[in-house]
Design a protein around this ligand. Structure first.
Ligand SMILES: [Zn+2]
Length: 317
């Protein structure tokens, strides 16, 4: 999930999309030959069909959101179609406090409605709040019966390593579901890591919380949300290196050079999930732009997540 970054996203999306897709969409070709280094030739668009490259890979978006607005999920589906995203795992992050059962049920109802309307394109993730233990366990049952595949992006009501999460996580492990939580990791300035103060919800999960819970439940499958959200992704990847049951999703509107390469270098090619967090163009583009083989890209775009979904009976063929 993101904060008031609409302005930023629209700017960067326009920039990235224009840069990346400008030639590709129209399939503008050049007839320049390899030994033609004339100035006129060098500045012509090059022959490269980027959309062909985009559509070459099967894709599941492991982290996307729907909204209360009338154009949702239509807008999200439109992006998905254009980028060859077969399925999107959607939820509506619980950005209300305290996150009562009444509230999370209402949010989940929105997702249930959407997946029933678009069963071929959308997979549903449910929300809960471990502060309400029995109501959360009941909600897992209700949402699973309605066809949801696991938790959507769990939010900042309770930290992921809080003991109140234990019975919830144990239930999700029984169901072989991927445990997906929002998380943050603030960048420091001049070597000084900023404190989680003032501008942050105090119970926001951070990398250290993920490590603690992953150690406690080595059989759990944890999805650390959006390494591209703008946090310190290098710190995140380094911290998770030795915990094979922590996976990262690649979503977010911040796309530092080398982020995907760095994540693969530290976590291996099996522990990244392609995801957008609704920054669709950027999130496809950053994986295409990584220095990886097609096989590695296919794993990130589709196979890694799908293979885990299959364990819980929710995969795609
Ligand atoms: Zn988030």
């Amino acid at each position: 999930m993101n904060y008031n970054r609409r302005k930023f996203v629209s700017r960067s999306a326009a920039g990235a999309a224009g840069l990346v897709f400008g030639y590709g969409l129209k399939g503008v070709a050049s007839d320049r030959t390899c030994d033609d280094f004339s100035e006129e030739s060098l500045f012509k668009p090059q022959k490269f069909d980027l959309m062909k490259e985009v559509m070459k890979f099967r894709k599941i978006d492991a982290h996307a959101h729907i909204y209360w607005t009338e154009d949702s999920p239509g807008t999200q589906l439109d992006y998905g179609r254009r980028l060859g995203i077969e399925k999107q795992v959607i939820s509506r992050y619980l950005d209300v406090m305290p996150g009562t059962p009444e509230q999370f049920r209402k949010f989940n109802d929105l997702t249930i409605k959407a997946i029933k309307k678009y069963p071929d394109q959308l997979l549903g993730g449910f929300l809960l709040n471990p502060a309400y233990k029995q109501e959360s366990l009941d909600e897992i049952k209700r949402c699973t019966d309605a066809g949801m595949i696991g938790p959507g992006e769990l939010y900042y009501q309770v930290k992921i390593n809080d003991p109140r999460y234990y019975p919830i996580i144990e239930k999700l492990i029984d169901l072989k579901m991927i445990i997906h939580s929002h998380a943050e990791c603030q960048l420091g300035v001049g070597g000084y890591r900023m404190k989680y103060n003032g501008y942050k919800q105090p119970n926001t999960s951070i990398p250290e919380d993920f490590v603690e819970i992953a150690k406690r439940y080595p059989e759990g499958i944890f999805q650390f949300a959006h390494i591209g959200m703008g946090g310190d992704w290098e710190y995140e990847c380094k911290m998770f290196r030795d915990y094979p049951n922590i996976y990262v999703d690649t979503s977010g509107s911040n796309n530092a050079e080398n982020m995907i390469d760095f994540a693969v270098e530290h976590l291996g090619e099996d522990r990244l999930f392609f995801a957008s967090d609704n920054s669709y163009y950027q999130s496809v583009g950053k994986i295409l732009a990584a220095n990886l083989t097609d096989r590695q890209k296919q794993k990130i775009f589709f196979d890694n997540y799908n293979n885990l979904l299959k364990k819980g009976g929710g995969g795609v063929d």
